[in-house]
Ligand binder design. Structure first.
Ligand code: AMP
Length: 189
């Protein structure tokens, strides 16, 4: 199964994506996690990405697309994948279409997780304290929500017009949301 999970920062995408990918036996590919791993290892990619991440901005498409292209070309993605945090821009949608087309594959579903903005800000502030994420100060959180609304929310409309979007209420405990997601993608929990 080839899935995308979308939703504002703090909607619980990462948590849900990890659980769902494990249940479905497909790799969970989080561009944010890959960037963070590069930042902590101090790789050239990490040094480049950190500048943008710390400001709440998106890493440039060229850098991000190349990274995803490499990852999707790995053998474990053959049977499917769950992409978390990509695509985030119109250009990235086109790139992903091209990558899939080249391998004769297509997306099965786009999961949209919905949450209240107040809840999202609260979750992000708590996560910043728990994980020491430098991209989760209050100003940066606000900027990340703005960037999401400007650049990423419109992508959902694009996928909607292809009939791929399943909308899932992201409020509630983790297990509850997981069951909703599984039901929405047509898998028995
Ligand atoms: P996330 O953990 O998915 O919220 O991502 C954390 C940060 O990594 C984002 O705020 C961006 O700076 C960067 N990032 C992750 N995915 C992408 C993407 N698809 N395009 C551009 N930047 C990204």
């Amino acid at each position: 199964m080839r899935l995308l999970i979308m939703g504002p920062p703090g909607a619980g995408k990462g948590t849900q994506a990890a659980v769902i990918a494990q249940l479905l036996g497909i790799p969970h590919i989080s561009t944010g996690d890959i960037f963070r791993a590069n930042v902590s290892e101090g790789t050239p990619l990490g040094i480049e990405a950190k500048r943008y991440m710390d400001a709440g901005e998106y890493v440039p498409d060229g850098v991000t697309n190349a990274m995803v292209r490499d990852r999707l070309a790995q053998a474990d993605c053959g049977p499917g994948f769950l992409l978390d945090g990509y695509p985030r821009t119109v250009e990235q949608v086109g790139e992903l279409d091209g990558m899939l087309k080249a391998s004769g594959a297509s997306l099965d579903r786009v999961i949209e997780l919905t949450v209240d903005t107040d809840v999202v800000v609260g979750r992000l502030v708590k996560r910043a304290a728990d994980q020491g994420r430098s991209d989760d100060t209050e100003d940066v959180i606000r900027r990340r929500l703005e960037v999401y609304a400007e650049q990423t929310a419109p992508l959902i409309a694009a996928y909607q017009s292809r009939g791929l979007v399943v909308r899932v209420n992201g409020m509630g405990d983790v297990a509850e949301v997981t069951s909703r997601v599984l039901a929405a993608v047509g898998v028995d929990g």
